[in-house]
Design a protein. Sequence first.
Length: 283
Amino acid sequence: MTDNITELISYMQFIHGFIPAEIIDKKQETNNVFRFSLCPKVSFDFKSGQYLDIYIPQIQDYNVIRLYIHYVKNFKSSKYINDIVKVGGLSITSIPAAYRKTGIIKVSAKKSNDECISWLINSRNMSNITIYIRSRGKFVFREETLNTQYKTIFIGGGIGMTPLFSILCHTISMADVSPIFIYSAKSYNDFIFLKELNDKKIIGNTNVILRVTNKEEEKSLSNREDERASIGRVDYELLSRLITDAKKTFAYICGPKNMKIDISNMLKNIGVPQDFIWYEVWS
């Protein structure tokens, strides 16, 4: 078994680009979301907004490992990786500059039926655990948003705000801009990174707007004294009020599929060019 795992890890690294990383910290953000700190053991590259594919040797089935090695050796093909090897996904919340400075990558995950994510969340002892990671995704920071003649609006729903947070931080670190960050969740207790979203050193001049979709929380929300938060979904009225020059507005959207469709249609109706609307489905 050990020999097979060693051989599989070798394939994962040299064929699929996975690298080893040590888990050095785990923190629960909300009832459903956890944040992990990873320390890659070799040089690692990623872009703000990307996510990580993760491979955990400890949860792979012995017969599955043998099957995968059989495919690679006999068919000289690795295209069956997603059908054979269990690979999970973590959203990167760090920016490359922070990683280069500290050597640490911050990632987040929401409770799900995914076996890799469940294993990470439920494991009590994180010390000396090595997983294997690679960066993925095309929903990333874009240089054109640094143009101060344009406005950028970020619209995230639930865990979908995590890649947006990474892109926002990258944008703020690169230029003196004043973006809009709209973050929607079912409950106020579901919001993550509230501390960071209140820190001017991190978000600069960002206009943060929090939307709670559960109307039953209206009374409790009024007691929180958070002027950024209000009851309701992200709607046309809110967007049209915030967007003053649609032709010079860039928009990032990340969240459930229906949210992506609804918000992108609203933005186009307001006048935001289709080419200025970028989205990722993340639920």
